[in-house]
Design a protein. Structure first.
Length: 322
């Protein structure tokens, strides 16, 4: 007797991704051993075709982005990856070659980040395709980096460069000039989860999260969790060479850079005296970090200052899923 279509698809594309604990994807659940002295960290993110990725994005990069945005949540908690569960709700008629490319992308990043699939579910829909992943990781007790904990006077830091993801989306849509295979497009399609940095600064930073919905909006989350405000300097926000070139041609793109999503960099607050330890951790992780402002007493709001300390008013603070 042949396998039903769903199980044949799983056996063909997803079983090769399974590792220890997944029970060969043949049972109703996975069975895991949590390393002694570690706490379990769990997060989930979904991606919808036409909302979180473009319909003509290569399937391999879609699989990798799905995994990476979830790994970024682990990075924001200072956690080490353990494994993941995945649900794929595929538009009816999705070519088998697309699914194969999607799974190949996952396999590539599984090797790079050291984890495997543990289970999940597969279904069909009239469309669009919806992909969901639940990531599991572990962290040492007392080493979890949370959003709450920043204090007035703390420095505000960010990793890498900001705005590349949002600009890359506009390049891919044809709204901005640029190479659709270049740096900005790659940053939109393939964010870099800062796992080593997150693990390195946990216990040094007082609060942190990843930048997924826009720098200003996400800093607002840290402010609300801390019950204080923040002030950042627009000229201090780190930019890639590609982003800097675009903003020089069109300064209005500053709003896109400060409020656009898909950066997946780490945003964190720490006492001024922690700067040396933070920079050492960043060097060990091979990731640049930049001080962009400070936490201040007052309402949980973010003020953005331009040249000469003049406030910049943004039309919107970031991305909304609704």
């Amino acid at each position: 007797m042949s396998l039903p279509a769903e199980f044949a698809l799983i056996a063909r594309h997803f079983r090769p991704l399974a590792g220890e604990g997944a029970l060969d994807l043949a049972d109703d659940a996975a069975v895991l051993d949590i390393p002694a002295g570690r706490r379990l960290v769990i997060a989930a993110d979904a991606m919808v075709e036409g909302v979180h990725y473009l319909p003509d994005d290569p399937p391999g990069t879609i699989g990798r982005k799905l995994l990476r945005v979830n790994l970024s949540d682990l990075a924001a908690m200072g956690a080490v990856p353990l494994g993941y569960l995945m649900t794929t709700v595929l538009a009816r008629g999705t070519p088998d070659a697309w699914i194969a490319g999607f799974a190949q992308g996952l396999a590539e990043d599984q090797r790079d980040f050291g984890l495997t699939v543990l289970g999940g579910d597969t279904a069909a829909t009239p469309g669009p395709t919806c992909l969901s992943l639940t990531i599991l990781g572990t962290v040492a007790p007392g080493a979890v980096m949370r959003r709450a904990g920043a204090q007035p006077g703390d420095d505000v830091w960010v990793s890498g460069s900001i705005g590349d993801g949002a600009l890359g989306l506009r390049v891919l849509r044809g709204d901005l000039p640029g190479d659709v295979a270049g740096h900005l497009a790659r940053r939109y399609r393939l964010p870099e989860p800062r796992l080593a940095l997150g693990q390195g600064i946990a216990g040094i930073a007082r609060a942190g999260m990843d930048v997924s919905d826009g720098l200003v909006q996400d800093l607002g989350h840290l402010c609300r969790a801390a019950g204080c405000g923040a002030v950042i300097e627009a000229e201090a926000v780190p930019l890639s060479a590609a982003a800097r070139g675009l903003i020089m041609a069109d300064p209005a793109l500053l709003t896109t850079i400060l409020s656009g999503g898909d950066d997946y960099e780490l945003l964190f607050a720490a006492a001024p005296g922690a700067a040396t330890a933070l920079l050492d951790a960043a060097t060990q992780a091979g990731v640049a970090i930049t001080r962009i402002g400070r936490m201040v007493a007052g309402e949980p709001e973010v003020a953005v200052l331009g040249r000469n300390g003049r406030p910049i008013n943004l039309v919107r603070g970031g991305w909304s899923h609704f």
